[in-house]
Design a protein. Structure first.
Length: 278
């Protein structure tokens, strides 16, 4: 009798758990559908650039700003572009409190432009390395290179490799190349990517840039920026040969970049056969 009671209890508990799981799945599915619909509406509003639709864009952003950070960020940017800085700042601050990186960046640009650096600094915890790195990024993006370098250097001295590589990027061309090569010799594969950028960005040494990018691609997937350099460097026939392995493994932007650099439309249409990606 006792065994039967225990068995019945287990069965009832299992039923309750299953019902709860089904309910959670339904709730999560409904939320996912709502999120999808909101994002669709926001993307549609983004296209409203004509004066007749500009206010309609704002209304859509306002409608969803209380339930969607993406909508709130769009509304903040709308206010910023419309020179309503106080309204923009209010929304950027709300988003920044949740560590929204785009909001932090926009807010940082606003504060630095308005000589309100003290407001910017208060947003970051000086004892938090991750937050200080984000502050340095804001300085760097706003051409406050010295202030960015000071933070990068302090973090690098504590062993932060990402900060060290960013510090290197603040030096002149020759020093950057030497320091990055030193890092690469130590096995830092990210240095290979940065060397690829350094040599190819100038447009003067694609050959060396491609060499280091290929070293990086041995360990990591590529992207459109990297493959664009390949397109600038290789002839069409060589490009098809070089890009084939990256297309086969599904690197983002590989196939699109090759199609872009193949001048003939028919070559682009027959791409899968030519590089044997099937």
């Amino acid at each position: 009798m006792k065994k039967i009671f225990i068995l019945l209890t287990l069965l009832i508990n299992m039923q309750v758990i299953n019902e709860a799981a089904v309910k959670n799945t339904q709730v999560n599915g409904k939320k996912a559908e709502e999120t999808k619909n909101i994002e669709s509406e926001l993307e549609k509003a983004d296209t409203y650039n004509d004066n007749n639709y500009f206010k309609k864009k704002k209304k859509i952003y306002e409608k969803y700003s209380s339930s969607s950070d993406k909508a709130k960020l769009r509304l903040a940017n709308y206010y910023s572009q419309d020179l309503q800085e106080s309204e923009a700042e209010k929304l950027f601050v709300e988003l920044a409190k949740n560590k929204n990186k785009e909001a932090l960046k926009s807010l940082g640009t606003m504060y630095l432009f308005n000589d309100e650096e003290d407001k910017l600094i208060k947003l970051f915890d000086p004892k938090n390395p991750k937050e200080m790195f984000e502050l340095a990024e804001i300085y760097y993006d706003n051409y406050e290179t010295t202030k960015a370098s000071n933070i990068y250097r302090e973090l690098a001295e504590k062993g932060n490799k990402e900060a060290y590589l960013k510090l290197v990027s603040t030096y002149n061309y020759e020093v950057q190349a030497d320091l990055l090569k030193l890092e690469y010799s130590k096995g830092n594969i990210e240095a290979a990517k940065l060397l690829g950028e350094l040599y190819s960005d100038s447009g003067l040494d694609y050959e060396t840039g491609v060499k280091y990018y290929k070293k990086y691609l041995e360990k990591h997937a590529g992207n459109k920026e990297i493959f664009t350099v390949f397109g600038e460097y290789y002839s069409k026939e060589d490009l098809k040969k070089e890009m084939a392995p990256y297309i086969k493994r599904g690197d983002k932007g590989a196939k699109e970049t090759l199609e872009l650099y193949l001048a003939k439309v028919e070559e682009g249409n027959a791409l899968d056969d030519e590089v044997n990606v099937s």
